[in-house]
Ligand binder design. Structure first.
Ligand code: G6P
Length: 516
């Protein structure tokens, strides 16, 4: 089936986060779009079909009740980007169906089950797992509400996003046995040994088996999922071809690595806004031209390995005193999920480690590590990427990690295609030697970016420190070669390729009925 087949059908996307957050600032209604490529990419798909997007309304609960009496807001089409001028934008808008979840439910479903049970388990972190019976009940209740809202939209196809919604597919299946249900799981799927610590392991798997297809970033995660089904759902059968027979149906599993819009990131990196932001950072923190910049960009989440990175930097300076004053580490941090104690502790720990590093090694004219917390937009972020000599992504575990891919894209194409101006080719106009990437082997992006990116085990402090040193000392030719290889891989698995694969799965034709 083609995309056209999808366009004729009623598509409902269901995600925890909403694509537009409405709020009041100084009494004025505002709309904020989460940055990043995923939301705008999904936005395009829903707009193409004029469908419905169901999400938790996390903005101001009192937002304009006259416009949205039942949580529904008609979304206009995406504005046409300046660089697409000339194209007619005749895409229909879509309905954003916001769920106004009670505070207590959010507490237990989002901060509780989703982020203190499922998130750590999927990232193979046992310590932060907190099992409170109220969490699982709230997860069921919230999933029911998402499912009911999806069913109300009378869908032909429902596309669930991520780990907040493992039970909703089963609930929708019960009400709409004829609908096509598809889910993409944006975080890793753990091994069966690890998943077994989840008290609701079987229930969650049965919920997900309400889908016709479940997608993951890597084949490894899909294989772990099938393994869990084989072990914990006795009535399901996993075939040699990797399909799952369950409840008289066949559930397909597939791997599609998500990507970024590389040209857009490269254009952002070449923009004046990127340059101006970088100039402000240089002036504010007195960054000297002769010093290298090592960059980290993270949500402040314990899975991101920021503490391990700061330990490695400290070890590097301890064992290589001649590197003192040679680089500045710039940490762009985004606070996250702070109602959860483990996240508050992590924030404090990161700040304390940065202060320790500065106290232990700083001098009158050199601050080894700086921390930037202000909100910045995509162009400003691309300015940081473009000016970094080394970026470090050191997650202890990460489904994909788009920072790594965006950093690679922001270095531009070192060798522009003949006949095209560098800007037209998506490459930054300003000719800089590209930055090097040090990348944890435990993130999904390592499968495509390494060995062009320098692979590290973030738990191995000595090896990690040596790799940062190698990146700092890498010569210009090697940087160009590696950047070129990384950019090629970012292009081969970009957001359009991911979307095309998802559309094929969504359109997927009739449901396959198992002949058992
Ligand atoms: C990860 C998850 C997303 C989530 C994002 C931000 O990337 O896979 O589903 O939206 O983190 O976390 P938050 O809890 O703020 O939505």
């Amino acid at each position: 089936m083609t995309d056209d087949a999808l366009a004729d059908r009623s598509l409902v996307v269901v995600s925890n986060r909403e694509p537009y957050v409405h709020d009041y600032v100084d009494g004025e209604p505002t709309v904020e779009r989460p940055t990043g490529g995923l939301v705008s990419a999904l936005d395009g798909v829903v707009a193409e079909t004029g469908g419905t997007w169901v999400a938790w309304g996390s903005g101001d609960a009192d937002f304009d009740p006259q416009v949205a009496p039942d949580g529904r807001v008609e979304m206009p089409p995406e504005p046409v980007e300046a660089d697409e001028e000339g194209e007619d934008d005749d895409r229909p808008g879509y309905t954003l169906s916001r769920l106004d979840l009670p505070r207590r439910l959010v507490e237990n479903y989002y901060y509780g089950y989703s982020n203190q049970v499922l998130w750590p388990i999927c990232h193979l972190e046992a310590d932060p797992v907190t099992v409170d019976p109220a969490f699982a009940d709230a997860y069921r209740e919230a999933n029911r509400r998402f499912a009911e809202r999806a069913v109300e939209a009378d869908p032909d196809v429902v596309w669930f996003q991520d780990y907040h919604l493992a039970l909703a597919p089963q609930y929708v299946r019960e009400a709409r046995p004829d609908a096509r249900l598809v889910q993409f799981w944006h975080v890793p799927w753990p091994t069966a040994e690890f998943f077994e610590i989840c008290p609701q392991a079987t229930e969650l798997l049965r919920g997900l088996l309400g889908n016709d297809a479940v997608g993951f970033h890597l084949e490894r995660y899909a294989a772990n999922f099938r393994d869990c089904v084989a072990r914990f759902v006795p009535e399901a059968t996993v075939t040699d071809a990797g399909a799952i027979r369950y409840d008289g149906r066949t559930v397909e599993t597939h791997a599609s690595p998500i990507g970024v819009d590389g040209d857009r990131v490269a254009r952002n990196a070449a923009s004046d806004a990127a340059e101006h932001y970088w100039e402000r950072v240089v002036a504010r923190y007195d960054l000297r031209e002769e010093r290298s910049v090592v960059l980290g960009v993270d949500r402040l989440d314990y899975t991101k390995g920021i503490v391990e990175r700061l330990d490695a930097l400290s070890h590097l300076l301890e064992t290589n005193p001649e590197l003192a004053g040679e680089f500045t580490y710039v940490q762009k941090g985004t606070r996250t999920r702070e109602r959860i104690p483990a996240y508050r502790r992590y924030y404090d720990e990161v700040r304390a480690r940065i202060a320790d590093l500065d106290r232990a090694y700083g001098t009158e004219d050199w601050t080894p590590a700086i921390y930037i917390e202000e909100d910045i937009d995509d162009r400003e972020l691309a300015g940081l990427y473009r000016h970094a000599d080394v970026a470090v992504v050191s997650s202890r575990r990460d489904g994909m990690n788009l920072v790594a891919k965006e950093f690679a894209a922001a270095q531009g194409r070192p060798a522009p295609t003949a006949g095209l101006a560098p800007e037209a080719n998506g490459a930054p106009a300003r000719d800089r030697v590209p930055g090097a990437l040090v990348l944890s082997r435990f993130v999904g992006a390592a499968e495509s970016l390494c060995p062009a990116a320098l692979s590290v085990n973030p738990y191995d402090v000595g090896g990690f420190a040596s790799m940062i040193r190698e990146a700092l000392e890498m010569d210009a030719n090697e940087r160009r070669e590696r950047a070129s290889a990384m950019r090629a891989s970012v292009e081969a698995t970009d957001i359009d390729a991911w979307l095309a694969a998802q559309k094929r799965v969504l359109a997927g034709g009739e449901r396959v009925v198992a002949d058992d």
